[in-house]
Design a protein around this ligand. Structure first.
Ligand code: ZN
Length: 449
């Protein structure tokens, strides 16, 4: 394999580094700058149990004797961040060697590691709080067959070292980060953005619902479970993830809706990352008559977290109804950036410019407001609402000229009661039934249009 090329690989690695991509290969010392790194370090210890939301799989790195592990699932079983003077070391413990690509992105400063699909059985904790130069770490499935780690840094950094270290049972993938200047980072970020940009077109195949025109004249409902894959969304104190809760409710909502009456689509049906643009594109291509995005909010302030709960229904407005709504829209709109995509200015992307389309948009916003009103009334009866439940903000997924859109924050995953009930199938079913009843009432008037 690549390993047998020896010196050529070192040269290749040097060349690739200059091009902004590092390639990982089994048993190969990786060259960064002028430094050749030997592989002598023992693998990191893995002790803590896996995350509650990750089903434990017995597979992992069974026997170390195997040279035949090619078909065994790839598992990441540990994540460590160490801080020593100005250097921050980031280590992943892998079940076997992989080929990984690394590139950097600015605004915010990020290091992105792309790799083949791996199962992340990583103990909770490391990467959730800032440490050394690292502000946060996200990881998960990015597209079909591909996983991604996104390291957000506190400032511009340079990858001083990038290596794999083979131990008796695990392979350590390690990178060392040191501070650098804004200009130096910008130079490397610019050359590496091309690598990020090429990822966009490949997002398509991972989405479960191929775009097609509405069949048989049925009213098309597009259900949009927020987040997914590498993007967990909000996470509760006991590790309940927004992406899992909203997918569960979305699947319940799909079954609650009458399939004879509606053509029900979903932007995702599994734990997969789907970009915000892709969600909008799927809705537009399907000619959706209604787009319902599902989320769950969180407040960071620990004191507030115990008092803020209940659902909120948002419609689109470029001017947010208040600061909380604006902050929430900013947070939800950052999903793509968090997943390691290049930030795209909405103005240059899918923004509706013509007066005609603007009129359509105004009419559409009127329908969105009608559905919001119906839904809030239903949720009020079901006693699901928080304070001030009808709001508006500039959510990217709601910017659709032809399709009425709402975004429902189902509750606060930061509130212990909300977080607990959101995981109950019974609550998920009741919530879905309430939303379905509102859709029925809305569609009774609008499905003919
Ligand atoms: Zn969300």
């Amino acid at each position: 394999m690549i390993a047998s090329f020896g010196k050529q690989v070192v040269n290749l690695a040097r060349w690739v580094v200059m091009c902004g991509i590092l390639v990982f290969a089994k048993n190969v010392p990786v060259v960064v700058g002028q430094t050749v790194i030997a592989k002598t370090v023992a693998p990191p210890a893995v002790s803590a149990p896996p995350l509650a939301r990750v089903p434990a799989e017995p597979a992992a790195p069974a026997a170390a004797d195997a040279g035949d592990t090619t078909d065994a699932p790839l598992v990441v079983s540990g994540l460590e961040i160490d801080e020593r003077s100005s250097t921050t070391t980031f280590t992943l413990a892998l079940s076997k060697s992989i080929e990984a690509h690394i590139f950097t992105l600015a605004d915010p400063y990020r290091i992105v590691i792309d790799m083949p699909e791996v199962a992340f059985h990583v103990p909770a904790g490391p990467g959730q709080d800032r440490k050394g130069l690292i502000a946060a770490v996200r990881y998960g499935l990015f597209a079909a067959g591909r996983s991604r780690v996104v390291i957000t840094t506190l400032g511009p950094v340079r990858v001083a070292r990038f290596e794999t270290v083979e131990g008796p049972t695990l392979v350590a993938l390690r990178l060392e980060l040191v501070p650098t200047g804004v200009d130096e980072f910008a130079a490397q970020a610019t050359t590496r953005q091309a690598a990020a940009a090429t990822l966009r077109p490949t997002l398509g195949p991972s989405t479960p619902e191929p775009a097609r025109q509405p069949a048989g004249g049925k009213f098309v409902i597009m259900i949009d479970p927020g987040h997914g894959g590498i993007d967990a969304g909000a996470v509760s104190a006991d590790q309940a993830a927004e992406k899992d809760v909203v997918l569960a409710v979305a699947l319940q909502l799909r079954s609650a809706l009458d399939s004879k009456r509606y053509d029900v689509r979903m932007t995702r049906v599994s734990d997969t990352f789907v970009s915000l643009d892709k969600r909008v594109a799927l809705s537009e291509a399907a000619g959706a008559g209604l787009f319902v995005s599902l989320h769950a909010d969180a407040v960071e302030d620990a004191a507030l977290a115990r008092s803020v709960r209940g659902a909120t229904v948002y419609t689109l407005s470029e001017r947010a109804s208040n600061d909380v709504a604006r902050a929430l829209a900013d947070k939800e709109n950052a999903a793509d950036v968090d997943a390691g995509l290049v930030a795209v200015d909405a103005a240059e992307h899918g923004q509706v410019n013509t007066i005609l389309a603007d009129l359509a948009k105004r009419e559409t916003q009127g329908f969105s407001a009608q559905f919001q009103h119906i839904l809030v009334e239903r949720m009020r009866i079901a006693n699901m609402l928080g304070r001030d439940p009808s709001r508006a903000a500039a959510f990217r997924v709601l910017r659709q000229a032809q399709t009425p859109t709402v975004l429902i924050e189902l509750g606060f995953i930061s509130h212990p009661v909300d977080a607990a009930q959101m995981r109950l199938v019974d609550w998920q079913k009741r919530t879905a039934a309430t939303i379905a009843a509102a859709i029925d009432a809305y569609a009774a008037v609008h499905s003919g249009r």
